[in-house]
Design a protein around this ligand. Structure first.
Ligand code: NAI
Ligand code: SOE
Length: 384
């Protein structure tokens, strides 16, 4: 029997639930060289923690995350806390000899991300792995798009359009950590543009080399402090839009907003190339649209591919028969299967971003903020 990967989780709210679900499900659906074992969950709210651990199957719980770092039994730690604590926790865990899977964005600031990348480099010398939960890479439709691009089905990439539109950040939403720069780093930008920058880099396999211009707006500057009637300052962007170009010459536009009223989780990306185009929209996450330019003008158009066919679409064989569709939570389980494979020195189904990779996404985030602030173009070579 393979030795389980003794695992711990820090954070027990939204991502705490999504990740706990993945830890509980992954070995039921995937044949893994080493399955994870749910050793310990750590979070701040002691009153809720025991019930959380019981419900999701964690053997132990603690309000002191450093207990997890100090426990020699634990091999893998999942960091699902707000952005400003990613660096402190991930660096301490790597220094304690753990593999670390951290939530996105890698950090709230480029300085934190840089320190995390350096810690990951040091830890890699001792065989420790890092991972970042850019979960949308794990939708089978994105996996198919990745493979079609590698098979040169769209040829040279000319144009990327990526938008991530949400609606939950209107004036009625209280001042949770996501609206405070000291906790989040930025607003819709780090929260949502991080995902679509990652997707654009992952799918094209190319790096962004220049931001040509950007605009950032904070529409709602004052919000109710949770649990009170008082107001506090919301000091992050509500929307950031920017234009960029890739090393191979392709141009790109990115838009992130949390005040786009009719859109709930509209994460979409379209890639237009010399031989074809691809389009993904998370609100229809099982579908990939593919246009093959060789179909010609008479019959050409978007093909609608249902990405649930075992043997044809990444991760599909682990789940249900054709078109018995997958949802948000499957992305996390698919990713955890790959994390377990990598820790067991096996190949993941699709490449997983590590801290170095996520640092490159963080540089793009930073360059776009500089571009918006200074109203200039910014070359990525200037952002280190
Ligand atoms: P949340 O506010 O729902 O939960 C945060 C958790 O962290 C809580 O359990 C809280 O007690 C704990 N926590 C906060 N500070 C802590 C500290 N110093 N030590 C230990 N525990 C601490 O936040 P949510 O939505 O779960 O976000 C967490 C992270 O996940 C963020 O980085 C966010 O950007 C990312 N995220 C990623 C998503 C994705 O689709 N990949 C979706 C939602 C969030
Ligand atoms: C909120 O905007 C949020 O939960 C983000 O934090 C996630 O990263 C995104 O996937 C869904 O929306």
């Amino acid at each position: 029997m393979a030795k389980p990967i003794q695992s711990a989780l820090i954070g027990q709210k939204f991502m705490g639930r999504a990740h706990s679900n993945a830890f509980g499900q992954v070995a039921k659906f995937f044949d893994l060289p080493r399955p994870p074992a749910l050793h310990t969950v750590a979070a701040r709210d002691g009153a809720e923690l025991a019930a959380f651990a019981e419900r999701w199957g964690w053997a132990n719980h603690t309000t002191r995350w450093r207990d997890v770092a100090a426990d020699p039994e634990i091999e893998l730690v999942d960091v699902a806390t707000p952005n400003h604590v990613h660096a402190e926790q991930s660096i301490a865990l790597l220094e304690a000899g753990k593999h670390v899977a951290c939530e996105k964005p890698l950090a709230g600031t480029l300085a934190d991300a840089r320190a995390m990348r350096a810690a990951a480099k040091r830890a890699a010398k001792k065989g420790r792995k890092t991972f970042v939960w850019f979960n949308y890479r794990r939708a089978p439709a994105i996996g198919l798009a990745y493979r079609l691009i590698r098979e040169k089905r769209i040829g040279r990439v000319y144009h990327v359009r990526a938008t991530y539109l949400q609606s939950w950040g209107g004036p009625g939403t209280p001042l949770v950590w996501r609206f405070q720069k000291k906790h989040a780093g930025s607003g819709a930008h780090g929260d949502l543009n991080a995902h679509i920058i990652d997707l654009a880099r992952f799918l094209t396999g190319e790096e962004i080399v220049e931001i040509h211009g950007a605009v950032s707006r904070t529409f709602i500057q004052s919000r109710t402090i949770p649990g009170t009637r008082r107001k506090g300052r919301s000091d992050v962007d509500d929307a950031v839009l920017f234009l960029a170009s890739f090393k191979g010459g392709a141009v790109a536009s990115f838009e992130a907003t949390r005040v786009a009223a009719p859109h709930q989780n509209a994460n979409s990306i379209e890639i237009n190339g010399e031989k074809g185009s691809l389009r993904f929209d998370f609100e229809d996450m099982n579908l990939l649209r593919f246009h093959d330019a060789s179909d010609g003008d008479r019959e050409g158009g978007w093909r609608r591919i249902m990405c649930t066919s075992a043997g044809n679409h990444p991760y599909a064989e682990a789940w249900w028969p054709d078109a018995h569709i997958l949802g948000y939570e499957h992305g996390f389980t698919n990713m955890l299967a790959d994390v377990c494979r990598v820790i067991a020195r096996k190949k993941p189904e699709l490449p997983i971003p590590d801290f170095e990779d996520a640092y490159q996404t963080q540089r793009v985030l930073e360059a776009a903020l500089l571009s918006a602030r200074n109203r200039t173009a910014v070359k990525l070579s200037e952002v280190r």
